[in-house]
Write a new protein. Structure first.
Length: 375
């Protein structure tokens, strides 16, 4: 088919045509001026690759492990609320796609189907995402429910305590539906983007605004699931997360949807990797749209990456098949880029792949040392 989308950007363009404007904007948008949203792509595009030639690439292997579980390529599905806004099958389609592609899905607590419904059709690894709630009983109740349903990792999102100012949603008078995961709480409030208060509404109002690292440590000590934290953007917080029981850290700024004018997450990645010193696995999300983005993130120290918005683009265009296609683009582009860079395995990807400053810089402004003349 001549018009079929051949990359993630083309999937997004088709979704923009198909989805109601307020839904497209909700998914695509970022916070306030969307400075970090734009910066994220600019940064990825400004990192250059330094390929190696004449390396044996006859046996390519993109598989790796995350929290001890094998995935076929180092890209997972990010937790992202309400896949039903893009396709009636919602997360049932996404989890089937992830399983079929041999990778993991992190299910958002804001999912359109219950965590049990999603788990019942999963064929690959599933992780569960939630928050630190004011009611610690609720925190444990959801974590235990997820564990019993078959989720293997508990992902705690740290960056959503305050409701962000997302101006596209305010302009569209957008409301997010409540998730059936919380149905037993009889929370029927739809979450509206209200600028009169920074206090989250609906389910988000349950998040503990007093929470500190001791809450995380308490949770890690009270669940048998490994805890992965999501939303770390500095080396200091990376170190604290590892010290307080996190077994994994997702370097993320929530897809530039929370605090605007942070660095792109990929810029924060190296300092987190350095500070964590191997005590936890470090992952990255934010702006992953090309196989080369995955390769750059891995070269800068991420064990794997996750993607959010492309899941919705895949779903809205072609449901489960669309998500598989989007994941397949990243897998295939990554394989091609690894081959062309002379890196046949995930372990062979290292920092020497990365170029930030043009080599021409040294011609234009020679280093001050060693001195070139003794005049
Ligand atoms: C529509 C949408 C809903 C999201 N919902 C959640 C959520 O429920 N929990 C969460 O931790 N992150 C949520 N996120 C953030 C993603 O997990 C992820 O950090 C972000 O989308 C990564 O950037 P990318 O979209 O550029 O890949 C959401 C993102 C989008 C686009």
């Amino acid at each position: 088919m001549a018009n079929r989308p051949i990359n993630i950007y083309e999937f997004e363009a088709l979704s923009n045509d198909r989805l109601p404007k307020q839904e497209y904007d909700f998914i695509a948008g970022g916070a306030t001026d969307e400075i970090t949203l734009r910066r994220t792509r600019e940064v990825f595009d400004s990192i250059m690759l330094r390929p190696k030639m004449l390396v044996d690439i006859s046996q390519m292997d993109l598989s790796t492990t995350v929290q001890g579980q094998r995935i076929e390529f180092p890209v997972m599905a990010d937790p992202s609320g309400g896949h039903g806004r893009a396709h009636p099958d919602g997360e049932l389609a996404t989890v089937r796609a992830a399983g079929a592609m041999g990778t993991a899905l992190v299910l958002s607590s804001g999912s359109s189907y219950t965590l049990e419904e999603v788990a019942s059709v999963a064929t690959g690894p599933i992780w569960w995402q939630q928050y630190l709630y004011s009611d610690r009983g609720l925190t444990m109740e959801l974590a235990d429910r997820a564990k019993s349903a078959g989720y293997s990792v508990l992902c705690i999102t740290l960056d959503s305590t305050v409701q962000a100012k997302r101006e596209r949603n305010i302009r569209n008078d957008y409301s997010s539906p409540p998730s059936p995961n919380y149905a037993h709480l009889e929370l029927n409030q739809w979450q509206r983007w209200d600028v009169s208060s920074d206090a989250p509404s609906g389910v988000n109002a349950l998040i503990d605004r007093k929470a500190t690292w001791s809450y995380l440590e308490w949770l890690a000590g009270n669940t048998s699931m490994p805890v992965v934290v999501k939303g770390v953007m500095t080396g200091e917080d990376g170190r604290l997360a590892a010290e307080h029981g996190a077994k994994g850290i997702i370097v993320s700024n929530h897809g530039a949807r929370q605090l605007d004018t942070t660095f792109a997450s990929v810029e924060a990645l190296p300092e987190v990797v350095r500070a964590v010193e191997g005590r936890a696995e470090v992952y990255l999300d934010g702006g992953i749209r090309r196989g080369t983005d995955v390769l750059k993130a891995l070269a800068l120290g991420a064990r794997a990456v996750l993607m959010g918005r492309p899941l919705f683009w895949g779903l809205s265009v072609d449901g489960e098949e669309g998500v598989k296609t989007v994941m397949g683009f990243l897998r295939d582009e990554l394989g091609q880029a690894m081959g062309m860079c002379g890196r046949p395995t995930i372990d062979s990807i290292d920092t020497s792949l990365i170029g930030i400053v043009s080599p021409l810089q040294s011609v234009l402004s020679p280093p001050a040392w060693p001195p070139t003349s003794q005049a």
